[in-house]
Each structure stands twice: as C-alpha cells, then as structure tokens.
Write a protein that binds this ligand. Structure first.
Ligand code: SF4
Length: 254
C-alpha cells in the first residue's frame, strides 16, 4: 500500500530476513527497520551501499512491517547477547517511525533476548523509547551532528530535526545508557564548530565522540566548498587537543 508524505511515498513490505551480519567494529549485526530515509541528507552513502538509485532513495520509504516477527524467529536460533546496531543504512527514528513503530517493536524483541544495542539517529523521537532502551543491560545511543549552524544544516540535511533537539533528546537518557556523538561528516564549516560541539557534548554527559570525514561519491549534491581543502593531519591534532581539554574520548581514522 502506498502513502504519500512530503513528496515521498511510504510502502509497507514483508521481509524474509531481519538481521544482517555487520563489518562494523564491535558490532555483530545491523538492523534496518526501513529501507530508505526521509531525512534525505545530501551526503547519504546508504543508496551507494545498497545499490539503489539516488532518485529512488529520495522518493520512497519501504516500511518492513513484519520485521519484529522475523527478528524474533532469528533470535530464537541465534541466541542471547548479540550486539546489534540499529540504523546502519537508514534512520530508525525517521518520521515514519512515529506511525509504524517498527523500531520500538524491534527493541522489545531485542530486549526479550538480552541483546546489546547501539542506536544512531538524527531524530529526537528516540526519547519516546527511553524507558525501553534503559531496560537493556547494555545500550548505546548516539546522535549524528555535522554542524551547529541551522542554515548549513538545512543545506545538507533538509528534512532532519534541529541539532538542538537531538542534543536535548540525548540528554534525557540516564547514565545506564552510554551516550555518544557521531561528529560527521566533518565539512569545512564544521572545523570552526568543533569547540562548540565538544562543549555541548560534555555539558550533557556524553561518554565519547566518534569523528568521521566526508566520503564523497559521484552524484552526491554537496558543494565542493564544503569539503575541499580540509587538512586531516591538522584536524586530527585539534581533535586530540579537544579530547584532553574536555576529558572526552574521541575516535577517528581519517
Ligand atoms: S539520516 Fe542517515 S540514512 Fe538517513 S538520509 Fe541521512 S545519512 Fe542517510
């Protein structure tokens, strides 16, 4: 069934598999409740990973309606304590989640099997599920931040939430949950905002920061001025300096 939302269609689909083996360090599986992402960031690499044409990625979201049931079946076989990353190639808390609650229902299944979870999002909607996330023996919640400047943010992430709202949502989680900021992609304008981002992260009790560079692919609609001329050696030094000053571990590999 198709539904049209903000020029983008939702389509409910039935999937055969829920978890995918992950190559990301310390993560065993990834779980993507949606295929497509309403945030439509201009630097999104997900369509390249999934081999989906950009126009298609930006025009429809497939809602994996039976995902929690399939996940339950898979975890029954795999067993307990698996480490699952939610949102490696989508955002589990994009607007569709408000209505469909596929991420929320999947979390209930993961909790039942004692999984360890890591959720990365750009949406304050994650705070809705605070109660369930805090029940996990091990949970990490991260927000992606590329800039604190709303005008710049709208140029690259036109349909995502304001950055302040993301920080507010993250600040609501207790110390039972490990909190992190995914600082990326780092653009030229981000370089002047590193101090502000570290300060904000430290203020709300973030446990660590992961910093990532912009990885350009053909067809991405990102102005060259946003990424040309970055000296990654210098950037690394700056990050190490901020790590010391804010006593906030930072991980990166440029
Ligand atoms: S939030 Fe993530 S998955 Fe969604 S469009 Fe942006 S970069 Fe892609």
């Amino acid at each position: 069934m198709w539904k049209r939302v903000r020029g983008l269609k939702y389509r409910e689909i039935y999937v055969k598999n829920a978890l995918s083996r992950s190559k990301i360090r310390d993560v065993e599986y990834s779980l993507n409740p949606y295929r497509g992402c309403e945030h439509r960031c201009s630097y999104c690499y997900a369509p390249f990973v999934l081999h989906i044409p950009n126009e298609k990625w930006n025009s429809e979201v497939l809602v994996k309606i039976n995902l929690p049931t399939v996940l339950d079946r898979e975890l029954k076989k795999i067993g307990t304590r698996v480490h699952v990353l939610i949102g490696s190639v989508t955002d589990g808390y994009q607007p569709a989640e408000k209505k469909y609650e596929i991420t929320r229902k999947s979390l209930a299944v993961l909790l039942k099997y004692g999984a360890r979870v890591n959720i990365l999002t750009k949406s304050p909607l994650i705070a809705r599920d605070k109660e369930i996330i805090e029940k996990f023996e091990y949970a990490e919640v991260g927000i992606s931040v590329s800039t604190l400047d709303e005008i710049k943010r709208k140029k690259t992430e036109p349909f995502s939430a304001e950055v302040e709202e993301r920080f507010n949502a993250l600040s609501q989680f207790s110390s039972k949950v490990r909190k992190y900021v995914f600082l990326g992609p780092i653009f030229t304008h981000t370089l002047n905002e590193l101090e502000g981002i570290f300060s904000k992260a430290s203020e709300i009790g973030v446990d660590y920061i992961i910093a990532d560079r912009f990885r350009r692919r053909e067809g991405m609609r990102v102005p060259a001025a946003f990424y040309e001329g970055i000296d990654y050696g210098e950037l690394g030094k700056k990050l190490k300096n901020l790590e010391k000053r804010y006593d906030l571990p930072v991980f990166f590999s440029f």
